[in-house]
Design a protein around this ligand. Structure first.
Ligand code: NDP
Length: 525
């Protein structure tokens, strides 16, 4: 394990640390941090749970998770043992104050051993219904008194709707100052998501055209190939709008549409993002059907295998009307974006996994080339690809080699992995590191969460009273219901096909004849 003596001594307490999130994400991320960016000299992970298990049994279980999910793969025994020494188990009931006083005693004991006061991070990896109660008890036990040295981390979903989000935020505020609350949206920990800010604001090139004068429309896609896996019970009570749009897609919208920040200060960036949400044109209750399309998958084919429909998934009610797909058309009413449509879509069991933001530029104001030169004309666009490949692609027009003027669409590609010759750290690694450094830039503030819910409430309320009559309305393995295409087609727009970022091994084409035709294209092998 790498030691960094510049980092503050830290106790990392994980409530619900015996669960899936801790096993697949948190512990592998902490372990990878210990190898790469280093952990403090004085560091302890206290895993809280209700089950009766020993430290050794817990460590064995977590070791299996790290072996499967660490960025580096299998972990050597001695390396794991060094790390595992820092993990301790605390059995307790979250409703009993005794659990918290034992936690306080353990923290004090560690601090006495270390001879310094440590920062304390409470990570709530429990079902969301427990968040308020745990926060309350931490307060009652005096575990949140030090505002500088204690932090609470909670996972999405933050609330089920606007009123429950407000209630949860108020509950947390009874014990913690807003500066102590870190609400995780793991999407924001992804390198390419953060790169949207770097790309926009560290280059003078694109910002001048990042507005309604040059941009015709923007599409944001977060498509999943997988179904609900083993999360059917949770998902059926949530649906795509709550599970993906309220958080991940809204965050992407904010990063694309926000104004330049004055500094890289956490609150400055978060203010600019909230401004975007405040500027989004409200979706009126009676106009929901014009701006939003919902869908649910039926059976179909993915990767050559037949897969069941949503109703056949474990944990899903056989007559469920929960949406597994949403597409929305939004407008950001400000000087920069007035009347530019932002189309957002997300869904499960779609053709393939892809997350990307595409800026579709307007056509040139005057076409100087002869019509026959631009028969293959396609609009210029910029693709910011987040998943599975990470990078940026700019599509523009170029003259095809040959004696005649013939325009052809070409692409310039930047591939993260190829350029930097390394894999990006996992989103949780970046986020846990930031929590330890007390940097809240990538975390959601209470007002941001509430602004996003406020926007979506008319949709949720409308859907509650108007049941879908056509579910399931898309086959697994397709790009979603037809209505999602119609949402864009009515404005002459269309969803882009996923952009390929990997460079072909050989040239895509070669020119063999520069005769009258302006050259004959031969596709690369
Ligand atoms: P789990 O369902 O695996 O639960 C985590 C732990 O919480 C369990 O191991 C259990 O520990 C404890 N627990 C469960 N029910 C109760 C209860 N009623 N009272 C007290 N403790 C309970 O959840 P996950 O690990 O999947 O998720 C944790 C949190 O993270 C949730 O809020 C979830 O929404 C969120 N999340 C999870 C993601 C994931 O990939 N798993 C992704 C994004 C968010 P024990 O029995 O030992 O007490």
């Amino acid at each position: 394990m790498n030691i960094n003596d510049k980092l503050e001594s830290t106790v990392f307490a994980i409530f619900g640390g015996t669960g899936d999130l801790a096993w697949r994400k948190l512990m592998p991320a902490l372990f990878d941090l210990s190898r790469d960016r280093s952990l403090p000299v004085n560091f302890a992970i206290i895993v809280l749970g209700r089950s009766k298990i020993t430290d050794d049994k817990l460590r064995y279980h977590l070791h299996e998770g790290v072996n499967q999910f660490s960025r580096r793969g299998m972990v050597q025994g001695e390396e794991w043992n060094q790390f595992a020494r820092h993990i301790h188990y605390l059995q307790g009931d979250y409703q009993e104050l005794q659990t918290y006083s034992t936690l306080a005693d353990q923290c004090t004991k560690l601090e006495m051993e270390w001879g310094v006061k440590a920062q304390r991070i409470y990570y709530l990896a429990t079902p969301p219904s427990m968040f308020g109660e745990i926060s309350d008890c931490l307060g009652k036990a005096g575990l949140a008194d030090d505002r500088e040295q204690t932090r609470i981390v909670i996972e999405k979903p933050i609330g089920y709707d606007l009123s429950s989000a407000i209630a949860l935020n108020s509950k947390l505020a009874e014990t913690f100052d807003e500066s102590q609350v870190f609400r995780i949206d793991h999407y924001l920990g992804k390198e390419t998501v953060q790169n949207i800010l770097a790309f926009r604001f560290a280059n003078p090139l694109f910002e001048p055209i990042w507005n309604r004068r040059y941009v015709e429309y923007v599409t944001i896609t977060v498509a999943e190939e997988v179904g609900v896996k083993n999360r059917g019970g949770y998902y059926d009570g949530a649906g795509a709008l709550r599970d993906m749009v309220q958080n991940h897609l809204m965050q992407l919208l904010c990063l694309v549409a926000m104004e330049p920040m004055v500094s890289f200060d956490a609150d400055e960036i978060r203010n600019k993002k909230v401004d975007v949400l405040h500027a989004v044109r409200p979706i009126h209750y009676d106009a929901v059907h014009q701006s939003v399309v919902r869908g649910q998958y039926g059976k179909g084919w993915i990767g050559g295998k037949e897969v069941c429909g949503y109703h056949g998934e474990n944990g899903v009610a056989p007559d469920s009307q929960t949406e597994t797909f949403v597409a929305l058309k939004l407008f950001v009413d400000n000087w920069r974006w007035q009347d530019v449509p932002f189309y957002l879509r997300t869904g499960k069991r779609l053709t393939r996994q892809v997350s990307e933001v595409v800026i579709h530029f307007r056509a040139v104001p005057h076409q100087s080339f002869p019509p026959e030169a631009s028969l293959d004309w396609k609009s210029s666009r910029l693709v910011m690809s987040i998943q599975p490949d990470e990078g940026i692609v700019l599509r523009f027009q170029a003259k095809h080699p040959g004696s005649k003027i013939h325009l052809r669409t070409v692409e310039m590609k930047f591939n993260y992995q190829e350029t930097f010759a390394c894999r990006s750290p996992d989103a949780y690694e970046a986020l846990l590191w930031d929590v330890m450094k007390n940097d809240a830039t990538l975390f959601m503030r209470a007002d941001q969460i509430e602004a996003a819910w406020r926007l979506l409430m008319p949709v949720l309320e409308m859907w509650e009273v108007a049941s879908p009559s056509d579910f399931p309305n898309y086959a697994a393995g397709t790009w979603g219901p037809e209505g999602a295409q119609g949402l864009l087609a009515q404005n002459g727009h269309s969803w882009p096909l996923p952009t390929e970022l990997v460079h072909p091994a050989e040239p895509a084409c070669e020119v063999h004849d520069l005769g009258e035709d302006g050259g004959v294209l031969k596709e690369g092998k």
